[in-house]
Design a protein. Structure first.
Length: 355
């Protein structure tokens, strides 16, 4: 099983991508609205088919990316039936299983932080995704969204602490730079729930946290009860002016086939060195040659009213060029994916004096 950890820095949310190595089927746990383009790019670049987005609970500190990913990739939204949310494709209960290829996750109902908290356990019981029920040396707060400290204590002790000591714990958040733990570690060292801590100890601890409410709670909870559906139109994951998609590296890219059909509508910027212009790969007839090192000083030569598509040998230098364009106010700009190598491989026309 492939396992990737993705982090949203603003909310300290951990999103986990799991995929079957053979079938390439995948699930994504706790996606974040603002990171949906990043997550979709990784799914595409790894050649995965995203079957489900899974929610460990209705989050109060960020809006889920489930709706955006469903529109972009066709994935289904799954969360707890007890969460009371609308718009889900699959409502989960204790004992349900989520299958992707030869892999499977079992559903544990672990309420207490909220009514609808779930944890997901691998078939081998070697990984568990605990949301905010069990965190690294901590536990999710219980002072809003029908939280109940005693219920959470029982969820952790009766279900999560029943897993093997070596089972790796993957929480939905951490605020101190920690990423994983184990059930054995948390059973021994969690100051709220571990060691000899009793239910009364935990309830007293949680009643006296005196934490401020999450900054996003008034926006996040209503949106998450709609599975991330915004009040207005769903913003696109790519560009509004054309089928440009942002790569996992953060670069907007267009495909050579699209460019070939829209050459008259764009400003094509070739950022290779002069010697490459008429070299082995040649150049595209309508391209404007400005070497990457000169680009910042020559931005005034570009057409501001048309999309600017940067191209180079392989797409590496032009990726940097497209970022420079974005940083300098060229809202309609992108990189030609694969550069001249991809253009030539598709048999697209070029101009060249190379012999």
């Amino acid at each position: 099983m492939h396992l990737r950890l993705l982090i949203d820095g603003r909310s300290s949310t951990f999103t986990h991508l799991l995929a079957d190595r053979e079938t390439r089927e995948a699930v994504l746990i706790d996606p974040v609205f603002e990171q949906a383009a990043r997550d979709a790019a990784l799914v595409r670049e790894l050649g995965l088919k995203l079957l489900y987005t899974l929610e460990t609970h209705v989050h109060a500190d960020h809006v889920t990316g489930a709706r955006r990913l469903r529109e972009a990739l066709g994935s289904k939204i799954a969360l707890a039936e007890a969460a009371g949310a609308s718009g889900a494709d699959l409502l989960l209960r204790e004992g349900d299983s989520i299958h992707f290829g030869g892999c499977a996750l079992s559903v544990l109902s672990t309420p207490g932080h909220t009514d609808g908290c779930l944890s997901f356990v691998t078939r081998e019981r070697d990984h568990v995704f605990t949301g905010d029920a069990l965190m690294i040396r901590a536990a999710g707060r219980t002072d809003f969204q029908s939280g109940d400290a005693r219920r959470l204590y029982r969820s952790v002790h009766e279900k999560l602490f029943a897993l093997p000591d070596g089972c790796v714990v993957h929480p939905a958040h951490d605020y101190a730079g920690r990423t994983i733990s184990t059930i054995g570690e948390e059973r021994a060292h969690n100051p709220r729930l571990g060691g000899q801590s009793s239910e009364d100890d935990f309830a007293g601890y949680m009643a006296n946290l005196a934490l401020p409410h999450p900054n996003q709670i008034d926006v996040a909870v209503p949106a998450n009860l709609r599975c991330g559906e915004p009040k207005g139109a769903m913003p696109p994951l790519g560009a509004e002016w054309g089928p440009a998609l942002r790569s996992f590296a953060g670069v907007l890219e267009v495909a050579p086939a699209w460019l070939s059909e829209h050459l008259g509508e764009v400003c094509l910027l070739d950022v290779r060195e002069p010697a490459e212009w008429n070299g082995e790969l040649g150049h595209i007839a309508s391209a404007l040659p400005i070497p990457l090192g000169e680009l910042r000083a020559r931005l005034g030569e570009l057409a501001p009213d048309r999309p600017v598509i940067a191209v180079c040998h392989s797409g590496a230098r032009s990726a940097q060029a497209s970022l420079i364009l974005e940083q300098n106010g060229f809202a309609k700009s992108a990189n030609l994916s694969g550069g001249m190598l991809a253009w030539r491989a598709l048999g697209m026309p070029v101009v060249s004096t190379s012999r």
